[in-house]
Ligand binder design. Sequence first.
Ligand code: SF4
Length: 261
Amino acid sequence: MLFRFALDFASFLTGLSRDDIYSLVDSVDSTFREGDGNVKDKRAATVLQILRETFAMSKWTKATRSPFETLIVTIISQNTADRNTARAFENLSKRFEIKPEVLANAETSQIEDALKTAGLYRNKAKTINRVSRIILEKFHGSMQSILALPLEEARKTLVQMPGVGPKTADVVLLFSKGQPTIPVDTHVNRVSKRLGFAPANGDYDAVRASLQSLYDPRDYLAVHVLLITHGRCYCKARRPLCEQCPVNIYCPSRGLWNGNA
Ligand code: SF4
């Protein structure tokens, strides 16, 4: 009965007929055995559509921060919970204008003080100071010349900065410039692998490339945001809530979870 309701609900959300959904469900496992990209794409599209209907995106899609602020907050967020990141960024903003010329000339110890709620705050304070200096000295205090570069060149330029890895670079490029890239954080990595959208042992670049091959670039921001949200709400790291998961009928890991995936 519940399964039937789930099918009706999925049909309502996706616009696919129940027969289509039945055939998608039946084909999930064979898709992975046979590597049928077409069915996988349809399934990926259906999963995205259901996640769009399940979660609101408004607070994620407002571009309220400057590119430099986005870079700084993403550096602060590394290995740090959202709430602590927000507090640390707020503290930093109260003490300093978040501008390269200000943070480049600030005492590292003062930046450290402001970041104390974030993990690894000493390292992050040094990174923020050094990155600010680089942007001030090499890029005339603005990130616009970096953002104007073609995507791969911009990524390369950003990851050459201390403390800036591919995820941080992709977040800046996606959120500040709408560049077609999908940042892969811990949730995106886990959820996309469980859903079979990325190779189980894939590294950052493999997961990013797999997801990008499944979706239209216009959907990259939604894919990033919704996989994170889904990972937080249902597809949790230790105990995924497969029974309640809104996309469980499309997931090859449903019911197979053994705590080691
Ligand atoms: S069914 Fe379980 S493993 Fe699959 S996406 Fe949903 S919560 Fe994650």
